[in-house]
Design a protein around this ligand. Structure first.
Ligand code: SF4
Length: 275
């Protein structure tokens, strides 16, 4: 708006802010303004600029949510003020607080109508923030049993070894279907969830996986390929070291005493030593 006097421009912007038509954002270079969607403009009518700023930050975080500490960092508002605004927005049912599985005592804030992301709820394996270890164990056993039964049937068919081997494979879709039909899960499981379980069986040396090319549209195929799994008998038992948390630790190289990741604050080790 180069043709407008700065004073006129400021007045116009203030007017639009007061009727909730603009979002106010902060950047390193100063303040930024963004036109609002009409729905949000209606919801935030009557709110002051600080409330609008906090709402905007929460909206930008989408369904992953945001900690109040990060809201403070992004808005530069004092924590007491932020807490007041959050309470107010919660009472208006514009936002909601969701407990995150990442840290039991912390909540993340997101827009009221959003479904929290799996990274916040933990997906099918968590119920009220608690890891459902028994449920995972049952799924683990059932997936393994399904593949073992298939391998035994292939073996009993007395076909040539190549055919026996090929017919002992099952796709993740077949395993998923079997688990769904068993009705052991209260939550709806996706094929991805079952693949996570199958992966744990691979790490335990009980199952192997192969990937084959599949025609577009084949049941269980994704992007022209399909994952097949079969039960195997481990040739040798895993060694003692592999059975410890450090034996398979993905951050082993970064772990040292006095560092950010260290044996003295290792949660895997603490859990393992409880047994
Ligand atoms: S102590 Fe914990 S973090 Fe360190 S290597 Fe072992 S399992 Fe990993």
């Amino acid at each position: 708006m180069p043709h407008m006097e700065p004073q006129q421009r400021a007045m116009a912007i203030n007017r639009l802010l007061s009727v909730g038509q603009l979002d106010l954002l902060r950047s390193n270079t100063g303040l930024l303004y963004r036109i609002k969607e009409s729905q949000n403009a209606g919801k935030m009518k009557g709110s002051d600029n600080q409330e609008k700023l906090v709402y905007q930050i929460i909206e930008d975080a989408a369904n992953k949510g945001i900690w109040s500490r990060d809201i403070r960092y992004k808005s530069n508002l004092p924590l007491t003020e932020i807490n007041k605004i959050l309470k107010n927005l919660e009472s208006k049912k514009l936002i909601k607080a969701v407990k995150s599985v990442a840290a039991s005592k912390k909540k993340v804030y997101m827009l009221y109508n959003l479904q929290p992301d799996r990274s916040v709820t933990g997906g099918a394996w968590y119920s009220d923030q608690d890891f459902e270890s028994e449920f995972v164990e049952v799924l683990n056993q059932q997936c393994c049993k399904f593949l073992q039964t298939k391998a035994e049937a292939a073996h009993d068919s007395k076909q040539n070894p190549m055919i026996q081997r090929n017919s002992s494979f099952a796709s993740s879709h077949e395993v998923w279907k079997y688990i769904c039909e068993l009705g052991i899960s209260k939550v709806e499981l996706s094929m991805e969830d079952i693949e996570t379980i199958l992966n744990t069986l691979i790490y335990d040396g009980k199952v192997e996986m192969t990937i084959i090319a599949a025609k577009e549209g084949t049941v269980g195929s994704v992007d022209g390929h399909m994952k097949l799994y079969r039960a195997v008998n481990p040739i040798i038992q895993p060694t003692g070291l592999i059975r410890t948390p450090c034996g398979l630790c993905p951050v082993f190289d970064d772990c040292h005493e006095g560092g950010e990741i260290s044996p003295s604050n290792c949660i895997y080790m603490a859990e393992w030593l409880e047994f």
